[in-house]
Write a protein that binds this ligand. Sequence first.
Ligand SMILES: Nc1nc2c(ncn2[C@@H]2O[C@H](COP(=O)(O)OP(=O)(O)OP(=O)(O)O)[C@@H](O)[C@H]2O)c(=O)[nH]1
Ligand SMILES: [Mg+2]
Length: 620
Amino acid sequence: MDAVTLPETATRPLRAALVGNPNCGKTSLFNQLTGSRQKVANYAGVTVERKEGYLTTPNGRAIRLLDLPGAYSLSATSPDEDVTRDVCMGHHPVEKQPDLIICVVSASNLRLHLRFLLELMQLGRPMIVVLNMMDEAARLGLTIDVPGLAAALGLPIIPAISLRKSGIANLLNALDQPEFLPPPALKTDLDVHGEVGKLITRFTNEGTLRGDRMADRLDRWFLHPVWGPIILLVVLFFMFQTVFAWAQPIMDALEAGIASLGQIVVSPLPPGLLRSLLADGVIAGAGTVIVFLPQILILFLWILTLEETGYLPRAAFLLDRIMALAGLSGRSFIPLLSSFACAIPGIMAARTIQNPRDRLVTILIAPLMTCSARLPVYTLLIAAFVPHRTVLGFLGLQGLALFGLYLVAIVSGIIAARLMTRGVASDEHPLMLELPPYRTPNLKSVALGLWQRAVMFLSRVGTIIVSLNVLLWALSSFPSPPANATGAAIDYSLAGHIGHFMLPIFAPLGFNWQICVSLIPGLAAREVAVSALATVYALGASDDNAANQLMPLLSAHWSMATAFALLAWYVYAPQCISTLAVMRRETRSLKVVLGAAAYLFGLAYAAAFLTYHVTRALTG
Ligand SMILES: Nc1nc2c(ncn2[C@@H]2O[C@H](COP(=O)(O)OP(=O)(O)OP(=O)(O)O)[C@@H](O)[C@H]2O)c(=O)[nH]1
Ligand SMILES: [Mg+2]
């Protein structure tokens, strides 16, 4: 293979690709080099599709940089690793073979990562090696003779700490070279394992080290057969308690702020359509959802922190037995866990699963994992119907109820998976679950992640939620009631008619027509169910302030059985079109999507029906 020289690439950007084992810091490096903000986390399989970015070197060379999913080898078997293999080998349908491979290797895991490096060298493409995580190697007491290793491999090696931008300048200089030479040819029958062992003995002091003692000590607790699950439970429990306890004061303040803002905007207006549109459509819509921002951020604070610590794959390891009960392997854990933020990245993360059956089942149960868009619905109803008191002296009952909803969903997911796999064990490669090193979460990246979440949530409120709510307001305001009307105007509107039309289907679940109306826009975004209820009740009420008082209104108008039935509905119902669309894209099968929608709606109906009747029997 020839060297790639500047004249050849002068007319177009140089194509470079970041390739390496999972979790070695490729995306961190990509973000540093291109100024992007792709997701970074401390477990294998964060990046599951190729991402492109652009950068210019100090001497002005334009580079188109690809971030690729991590891979263990070029004989890949899972859909995310397929992308990496195809791009590296030049077999990708749209992506041309890169001019330059930037192979990222973790200094703290050389034994595994050098193996892939040697395999990549066999491609004969020009290559630069980034020896990342030098800080971690130093912490472990590992010293590496970098010039020696570079000379032995015949490749430039740049030590780096991509989190701290260290080594970036050297890498940029290396990318400014007039030409990139391919590595020296390796023997085709090279004993890769043996070769890596020799390199490590010759150029590092690994043999004299005692390993990561801190990690060993922590693992002894976290992976302990008895303490491990207890710690996991405590962690989860604490998470849900804080979602209520910490958020409440901020939520109260937000609610009061929104109410007074509403007064300032609305009160100068004369009664009429414009006033109603602003008060009942826009403010009721956006206001009722925005107050949930603190809770969502608290949940994400935990998710982001846990993602960075390296604890999650340990939890996956602990839950391996439970996953086996479901006929799945630990590999399904991370995709399922991601689904707690949102099912969409969760379903995409299922690309890291090799076994097609496991992948399909994981995708099918991902919507059962409670996504953050359900949180407003859950907490609104819990706050309205579950008493605000403690049990056993220290556990908040409301937090407990929330934890219960999550738990029910998880157990249902396990049962559903068990039925789908018929309990036949997975043959997913057990080795593929890699335990990453423990890391202290980086404050800056957690803060950045929270900021991104907040922006995402607020723009969702500002766009889809407000527009759906205005649409619903229009449907609930027109046609206007006849002159001799006796009931509320909304009863005569289109939305009123739709609600009443749907009522016979949902009445057995204890739903009233207002709930029926809110279910439809809730399909586009789950949170809209909350704002839709606010609008429908505000329009139906004579009180101007109704939009700000959804919670007391609900506790006055609904029975506990109805509220719990709606909660049960929301645990299961695929109330999200985007999730179904991503399922379709990832499985390329309409049949799967229709099947999933049918089973989830069926479950939702049955669960809500049961919950309604049982609660009614119990509460009289
Ligand atoms: N200590 C330390 N941590 C790092 C460094 N670079 C990245 N990390 C952390 O390593 C973890 C993995 O980083 P990513 O950039 O997501 O790794 P990746 O190679 O893209 O991973 P995949 O997409 O799963 O293949 C994250 O927790 C980062 O914060 C580094 O130089 N030092
Ligand atoms: Mg990545």
